[in-house]
Design a protein around this ligand. Structure first.
Ligand code: FCX
Length: 437
């Protein structure tokens, strides 16, 4: 059985050739215009980034190396006894473009479990943080501190050749992915369950199986399966989203993967991005409180209007690229539909009903280009149903997941020798001058 590194080693030369071809044969080809609206509109719609692992179609949603979410659910190996995609299968696909065998995913699970321990100083560092510090801030601090052991940084100091960048980047990325669950679970324990012992990593379990165990939910197979699906689905969403883009930008300075991903986590911590899943729950619970136990279309519509009229966004709706309901949202909804307890859950019913009513209200409101639910519209509410109610922690789970895409693409950025990212900026005066020319 070929290992992840051996598989990657095999696929890199063809990709390097493809990049060379693009550069030499099509370097001057034009793929779009840059309008003033792109420059002042958060670069929305600008085709300006290379990202091989996934492409987001506005109508179809995400495809990972060409595979849609239902395709992935069919072909990517689950955990033994489970049904849902596991992080290892998704990681393998994102990194190599290939579907792993069950044996390869098991092998990778074992490798990650063996590398899962935190250095003692990171444990003490995280334990010393005030429990009032947001869990995402704690995660970012812990990830940045892990860079003490960066293989990339050490090799760089020793003068490694450019052709060796990717192997050290890969080593760091695998180590970081392996350590994220134990770091994230320690933060959860410290903030919400102080004094609880953390179980040892089980070398026979997959990454998310271990994460669930460390969080104290290992006995709940249904929640563990949900976490597996959640983490696989949030892994990558092409390159321009704020977290993936941040990892890419910081990595382009040859900052090591720990520092690059730490920066990405702080982008994920914003309410317009990953924090939305915590905001959705807060908002749905406030709605529930106001409308009481009767879930009627009218009550929900009124509450939506109240939110909009108070100048707030409806969390969990809209997207920078998507123009249809997010297939990740649909996959999570389908997960709920297959489980009677989830189907009958009050909060899930409220989420589902809201997703039926909100698009028309948002259309009538007339501002958002995409009135449909994104993945955050349901992800946190399902956790709440399971009794995992500490909603300030939800984005941390997203942070464990987004590493799959952001880090695998750092490996590729180094394998392809991508340069420092440095777009050109203009002042408003300079733009006006350009326009008048
Ligand atoms: N509720 C109310 N207004 C909304 C809205 C929503 N859900 N979504 C967009 N709008 C508004 C915008 O605020 C903007 O108003 P403005 O002209 O006064 O500034 C206008 O509609 C046009 O925005 P639009 O082009 O449709 O959306 P953007 O690409 O600028 O922003 C996000 C995309 C996702 C940031 C936006 O839809 C939003 O704020 N949604 C709510 C928060 C959320 O769910 N974020 C998670 C997104 C994602 F899934 C993730 O990263 O995890």
């Amino acid at each position: 059985t070929k290992s992840l590194k051996e598989t990657l080693q095999e696929v890199i030369p063809a990709k390097q050739e493809q990049l060379k071809r693009l550069k030499t044969e099509h370097g001057q080809a034009v793929v779009g215009d840059v309008k003033i609206e792109n420059i002042i509109g958060g670069m929305r719609g600008l085709k300006a980034m290379l990202w091989d692992a996934s492409v987001l179609d506005p109508n179809e949603g995400i495809r990972f190396h060409g595979l849609s979410i239902p395709d992935c659910q069919k072909v990517l190996p689950p955990a033994p006894g489970g049904k849902e995609i596991i992080a290892e299968s998704m990681l393998w696909l994102l990194l190599t473009g290939q579907v792993p065998t069950p044996e390869q995913t098991r092998q990778l699970s074992r490798e990650l479990a063996e590398k899962g321990e935190l250095p003692a100083f990171v444990e003490s560092l995280v334990d010393s943080l005030p429990t009032t510090l947001h869990p995402m801030t704690q995660l970012g601090i812990g990830v940045a501190a892990l860079n003490r052991d960066s293989s990339f940084q050490a090799a760089y100091e020793m003068g490694m050749k450019k052709s060796e960048y990717w192997t050290h980047t890969l080593d760091d990325c695998i180590n970081l992915i392996a350590r994220l669950p134990v770091l994230a679970a320690r933060i959860y324990r410290n903030v919400y369950k102080p004094g609880n012992p953390l179980p040892a990593i089980n070398k026979d379990l997959d990454l998310v199986g271990n994460y669930s165990n460390l969080l104290g939910y290992g006995d709940n197979q249904s929640l563990t399966e949900y976490l597996r699906l959640y983490i696989a689905l949030h892994g990558d969403h092409e390159g321009g989203n704020a977290s993936a883009h941040t990892a890419h930008l910081v990595g382009s300075t040859l900052s090591d993967p720990y520092l690059s991903y730490s920066a990405a986590l702080f982008a994920l911590a914003g309410p317009l991005h990953g924090l939305a899943n915590q905001e959705v729950l807060r908002w749905q619970l406030a709605m529930q409180k106001e409308i009481g136990n009767v879930i009627s279309n009218e009550n929900i519509r009124d509450y939506l209007w109240k939110t909009l009229k108070s100048g707030q966004v409806v969390p969990g709706y809209g997207h920078g690229v998507l123009r249809k309901p997010d297939p990740r949202f649909i996959a999570l909804q389908e997960f709920c539909n297959t489980r009677p307890d989830l189907k009958d859950s009050h909060i899930i019913q409220l989420v589902n009903k809201t997703s039926e009513i909100a698009p028309d209200v948002l259309k009538e409101h007339g501002k958002t280009k995409n009135p449909y639910p994104n993945v955050d519209a349901t992800s946190g509410c399902v956790l709440y149903h399971y009794g995992f109610t500490e909603f300030k922690y939800y984005t941390v789970i997203f942070g464990v997941s987004r590493a799959l895409g952001a880090l695998t693409q750092l490996v590729w950025a180094r394998a392809l020798g991508l340069p420092l990212e440095r777009p050109k900026s203009y002042s408003m005066d300079a733009l006006e001058k350009l326009v008048k020319q």
